[in-house]
Design a protein around this ligand. Structure first.
Ligand code: MG
Length: 217
């Protein structure tokens, strides 16, 4: 178990917030409606792994999917902030994977239950390299891609997000206080698909602003 954030010796990993259905075409491929407000769920900190590490497929699922996402690292406490104020809370950003046991998620959805068990397994939140954020950077104009065994599976643009990063931070901060070290996974574009043991996954954001390589075991 580790807590220190690479490149940020003054920060430790905190809470992991995730947004569901934030790209219209992904909502459609899940047969879900586009939401009126961001769909928020959390993962345990024990789900984080870093580039070069392994995603471990648990025995409790037979259908694990990759969801490639823009991830932001919070660097300043934020509570009840407006979208305009939200940028001040961002310390860095990068690419990540919201790994999902799709079979368990489908069961949970059917029963009206939370998604935590489908989303929170150890190693289910791989995080790529982090890039320092400055306000002149446009987080809503980045390409995002994931390849499995060198085959492109998802290729999207953060301009297609339904809720922008600033809107997401503002929304979450109405319910929770964001603290330095918290991460937000901001949703996935269409093209999610299953991975299996032996697969090599490579994810990139903005060509090579952030990269992530993980192996599935
Ligand atoms: Mg996701």
């Amino acid at each position: 178990m580790f807590f220190q954030i690479p490149g940020y010796p003054d920060l430790q990993f905190g809470s992991l917030y995730c947004i569901g259905r934030n790209y219209a075409k992904h909502a459609a491929e899940m047969n879900s409606d586009v939401p009126d407000n961001p769909v928020v769920f959390l993962k345990p900190r024990s789900s984080i792994i870093l580039t070069g590490e392994n995603i471990v497929i648990p025995e409790l699922t037979n259908d694990v999917h990759h969801e490639v996402e823009l991830v932001v690292l919070i660097g300043q406490k934020a509570r009840n902030v407006t979208p305009d104020e939200a940028g001040s809370a961002i310390k860095a950003f990068g690419v990540g994977l919201d790994m999902t046991a799709r079979d368990l998620q489908a069961e949970a959805k059917k029963a009206g239950l939370p998604w935590s068990l489908a989303k929170g397994f150890e190693t289910f939140a791989p995080l790529g390299t982090l890039y320092p954020y400055t306000k002149d950077l446009d987080l809503q104009n980045l390409s995002i891609e994931v390849q499995v065994n060198a085959e492109v599976r998802q290729k999207g643009q953060t301009s297609d997000m339904i809720f922008s990063v600033n809107q997401i931070i503002s929304y979450i901060s109405k319910y929770f206080t964001l603290y330095p070290g918290d991460l937000i996974y901001t949703g996935t574009p269409e093209g999610v698909s299953a991975v299996k043991k032996g697969d090599q996954i490579t994810a990139t954001l903005g060509e090579d602003i952030s990269t992530l390589q993980v192996h599935v075991v």
